[in-house]
Design a protein around this ligand. Sequence first.
Ligand code: F6P
Length: 342
Amino acid sequence: MRIGILTSGGDCPGLNAVIRGAVLNGIKTYGHEFVGLRDGWRGLVEGDVMELPRAEVRGISKQGGTIIGTSRTNPFEGERGGPENISRTMAELGIDAVIAIGGEGTLAAAKRLTDAGLNIVGVPKTIDNDLDATDYTFGFDTAVSIATEAMDRLRTTGESHHRCMVAEVMGRNVGWIALHSGMAAGAHAILIPEQSVTMEQVNEWVGQAAERGRAPLVVVAEGWIPDGAEEAFSTRGLDSFGRPRLGGVGEQLAESIEAATGIESRATVLGHIQRGGVPTAFDRTLATRLGMAAVDAVSDEAWGMMVSLRGTSVIRVPFQAALNNLKRVPPKRYEEAAILFG
Ligand code: F6P
């Protein structure tokens, strides 16, 4: 078979390891051929492809980003979009099947296209770890490691100046990165979108840490808003994809803590640093296994299925399983972490 691979949505450490795993397994086990579809669905819609022979994937699993590019293109839009046009383009390019690597939006589009008769299998991807049908997504471990190291560094400068340090991490809808990195770094407060917490409570945790002579360390997920202060912490309009523009809560939080407690406070927004660079060994291994399993699924013509991690096994689940719910931090996990706050 000739298989097209695409990476869609926000990039994520481990994407290249998926591509390598797929290409090597496909060539060595089945004798398949591969092409990369450039910049996500755009490459499929416009027929913009690059050949992916074995030499092209040599040594790329440690490389961040994606060698085939990504975008947030919607495959149903534009003159050449939609299942019939895409099907024609695939036939012209001799592509028998597509491996779509992406998050919720990508998998939802993949499901619609598969329902219309296209041959697609999926690989889940998000640094946020919020896809329901898989225990972990690759990229998450790397993001947590980067955020933890950043907080370790914030701590030494905070302690030197007797300041409260606020670290804002990614997490639009869920707080997995904040929860894990905050626990690992020993944060005195972790604030996540799933949990209502008032500014009074935050200030209490900060005050308790300061009273013990510690430099308070607060980690906040970008989508958190304090309970009862929604107006003051409102987001700054919409971004080019129509989503609330994030990346400001850390600064607002630091100002609010300083005003209420009198403790000098500073905020650091980690932003896209969490998504760039070398993936951890865990993410490389997970991503490689998922890429290999995706090719097995294509070879079995398991269209409409996504490969996923359950425990230590890679299994297949229907696209829909990833679309039903976001995987949020359960209250019990937050309560467990909160024992350590203050
Ligand atoms: O979904 C992954 C993610 O990194 C979110 O955590 C973040 O809110 C968003 O993507 C940022 O998107 P963009 O790169 O388009 O600004």
